[in-house]
Design a protein around this ligand. Structure first.
Ligand SMILES: Nc1nc2c([nH]c(=O)n2[C@@H]2O[C@H](COP(=O)(O)OP(=O)(O)OP(=O)(O)O)[C@@H](O)[C@H]2O)c(=O)[nH]1
Length: 365
């Protein structure tokens, strides 16, 4: 093979490690504009750039933000959102994505800057416009936008057994959640009952404002029927993601290791949440996330990592504690959601320890 062909193959193989900074203040997000001459030019981008040798992703993000915008973020909370690999054909990138919320003072100082320190155009856009792709971004960023759609709090339903003393537990479950779930919240429907589709479907019809996460192996095809349009919204649109329990995740992982077993099928239609409790399940979640990206399937948008603290629902589970939880969170290639003994007010603590959201049952309605 000629040395030129060799070189071409080498450059195709080389992966460029990039640190990406999702900088925001409340619902205002900072984008730069990539020059036409640049790779993925004439598109918007988050501030960022190549990670130098001997530099961590976090060090790179602090340096890139300072070089490109002059904003000093070393004292801000820098939360890892996730890591992803993308093959542009002409270039392979591995993006390490961080989310940084600016203080009001930082935002006030920089909100009128129309150009960065490298002469690139800068613009502040609101979250809704960003997520609905009003600003074209490089293809790899599609997953980042899905990660950003996850809210900072997620409510989880009570299991059906919580209502077992009622004469009709299913009606009691339905009525309780219909009356108490917060308006427009994201709700993980964890009923823990094999026959739960019917009450979940009824709750969705009664509460068209909520967005739901349903078990990946439940059958919600009945929600596709035409007559289930509530307040101009089709009920099936309320399902924002499917969820894999820790057990299902590990079964999937075992099935891909064992060449004689058939790989367990996971939803192709929706983004996924998974549940993790340890390094092994985070490793499995990372494999699932990269498989989904390779196959161009809806991504893994979050992992519930639990239990952080002691909970009433799982009194026998040994809590991880914040420090262990934090080091496990760092291993994950997707946003981490804190679960177990938390309240919504603990979001700042979760951010400090490397999570992006908190979830729970009591206190989250
Ligand atoms: N900064 C930034 N880069 C991104 C984003 N999404 C994405 O795919 N990338 C890719 O990550 C790489 C960023 O590396 P870079 O900024 O150092 O490289 P560049 O192409 O701008 O310039 P250079 O190669 O001349 O240094 C580019 O290939 C770019 O297409 C994003 O949101 N922000």
């Amino acid at each position: 093979m000629s040395s030129k062909a060799n070189k071409n193959r080498e450059s195709q193989k080389a992966i460029v490690n990039v640190a990406v900074a999702v900088i925001h203040h409340k619902d205002q997000y900072l984008l730069g504009f990539r020059d036409a001459a640049q790779h993925q030019g004439n598109r918007y981008e988050f501030v960022g750039g190549k990670i130098d040798n001997n530099e961590s992703g976090e060090q790179a993000v602090i340096r890139e933000v300072a070089e490109e915008t002059g904003i000093a973020i070393q004292d801000n909370t820098i939360v890892k959102l996730g890591r992803l690999h993308h093959d542009y054909g002409d270039k392979q990138v591995s993006l390490q994505v961080y989310k940084i919320e600016l203080t009001t003072a930082q935002y006030e100082q920089h909100k009128h800057c129309q150009y960065g320190l490298e002469g690139q155009a800068l613009v502040w856009v609101n979250k809704r416009d960003l997520l609905t792709e009003q600003y074209p971004l490089p293809a790899a960023n599609k997953t980042i936008l899905e990660w950003l759609s996850v809210p900072t709090t997620i409510a989880i339903t009570y299991p059906l057994t919580h209502f077992k003393t009622h004469s009709d537990p299913r009606s009691a479950w339905l009525q309780y959640h219909q009356e108490n779930l917060a308006s427009k919240s994201w709700v993980y429907m964890r009923v823990k009952d094999a026959m739960s589709e019917d009450i979940v479907g009824r709750l969705m019809r009664q509460r068209p404002d909520i967005s739901v996460i349903v078990s990946h192996d439940a059958d919600y095809s009945f929600l596709m029927s035409k007559d289930l349009v509530v307040e101009n919204k089709h009920t099936s649109e309320q399902i924002v993601a499917h969820h894999l329990t820790h057990t299902t995740l590990m079964q999937w992982f075992d099935s891909i290791q064992d060449s004689s077993a058939s790989t367990q099928l996971i939803s192709h239609t929706h983004p996924l949440f998974v549940s993790c409790h340890d390094a092994a399940s985070i490793n499995a979640a990372n494999h699932l996330a990269s498989t989904r990206l390779q196959q161009q399937l809806p991504p893994v948008i979050g992992a519930f990592l639990s239990p952080i603290l002691m909970t009433q629902t799982h009194p026998h589970a040994e809590p991880l504690g914040w420090e262990t939880w934090s080091s496990l969170a760092q291993l994950a290639d997707m946003p981490i959601i804190g679960l177990g003994g938390l309240s919504p007010a603990m979001i700042d603590q979760a951010l400090t320890y490397g999570g992006i959201s908190v979830a729970g049952i009591r206190q989250f309605y």
